[in-house]
Ligand binder design. Structure first.
Ligand code: C2E
Ligand code: CA
Ligand code: CA
Ligand code: CA
Length: 273
């Protein structure tokens, strides 16, 4: 289908359990129909003053018998099967509705939503997001889309086009898990980024492994050079928070401040420090 001059990453895990895979897909389709997905939110803290400046929406599946299923157990199936499209649409709709409620409660938070590269490649994605923003009357600058670096992008041109269209209307664009994927700097050129998130695997051991300090410092310099905010992910201790703040990180996220929590617990996270 792709022609001959192409290399495709083959997911071995998937081949190992083909039946299980199909079961997950079928169940996930039902989950979407029965409204079994839920969003948890994790605060993002501005390091300069310790104030919550935003929340990241993280999806979970409230399974009738298996309990709360983490995204790692069903997102790969959703991505491979095309169910990621209705899933992301559901997440965006839910997150923007919650955003409306927070704004009414006087909180000027930005909501961050994780988006798969598959979404960006799908025609009409940018227009769909714009329509949802208009429908909910959420200011585009109050929404940030987090894009994870991915090895395989079938259609980089249309993904870039979607990102540019969204940036143009004022939606924030964030590169998630920076440093773990395969994004070359060349690929980032031309992407209108507002934020870079340094992956937890560099942040967590930053005090014990000097090499990580050099990497984190370099990413901060790169991000600021590109005019982006920098967020440190996976901050679990005060010492790490102090280090990333001293190194110039703008924002932080992690268990030190809060684990992802259900919507009902979110308004309590106002002054976290
Ligand atoms: P992510 O976007 O990098 O999200 C951060 C993950 O790290 C979350 O796991 C969060 O619970 C966890 N985390 C946050 N702070 C800490 C910390 O201090 N220590 C540790 N050990 N972990 C921390 P979660 O919720 O299981 O999500 C896993 C991944 O699933 C996310 O990684 C994201 O890539 C993906 N994901 C989640 N929700 C969505 C969604 O709605 N759409 C898409 N496309 N992907 C999603
Ligand atoms: Ca994320
Ligand atoms: Ca991340
Ligand atoms: Ca991650």
């Amino acid at each position: 289908k792709r022609g001959t001059a192409d290399i495709v990453v083959y997911a071995g895990e998937r081949a190992a359990h083909p039946t299980q895979w199909l079961v997950v897909q079928a169940e996930l389709r039902h989950a979407l129909e029965r409204d079994e997905l839920v969003l948890y939110y994790q605060p993002k803290v501005r390091l300069a003053d310790g104030v919550v400046c935003g929340v990241e929406a993280l999806v979970r599946w409230q399974h009738p018998t298996r309990g709360l299923v983490p995204p790692s157990d069903f997102l790969p199936a959703a991505e491979q099967s095309g169910l990621i499209e209705p899933l992301t649409a559901w997440v965006l709709r839910r997150a923007l509705a919650d955003q409306v409620a927070w704004t009414e409660a006087g909180r000027d938070w930005t909501v961050s939503v994780n988006v798969s590269v598959r979404n960006l490649e799908s025609p009409g994605f940018a227009a769909g997001v714009a329509a949802l923003l208009a429908e909910t009357a959420v200011a585009p600058s109050r929404l940030t889309l987090e894009i994870t670096e991915t090895a395989v992008v079938d259609d980089m041109a249309s993904a870039l086009q979607a990102l540019r269209a969204l940036a143009e209307i004022g939606v924030g664009i964030s590169v998630d898990d920076f440093g773990t994927g395969y994004t070359s700097l060349g690929r980032l050129r031309g992407v209108p980024l507002t934020e870079i998130k340094i992956d937890r695997s560099f942040v967590d051991p930053v005090l014990s492994q000097p090499q990580n300090q050099a990497i984190v410092r370099a990413v901060i310099a790169l991000a600021h050079g590109l005019g982006c905010r920098v967020t440190a992910e996976g901050v679990e201790t005060g010492d790490v928070a102090a280090w990333v703040m001293a190194a110039g990180c703008d924002e932080a996220q992690g268990y030190l401040y809060s684990k992802p929590v259900p919507w009902t617990q979110v308004p309590m996270m106002e002054a976290i420090r």
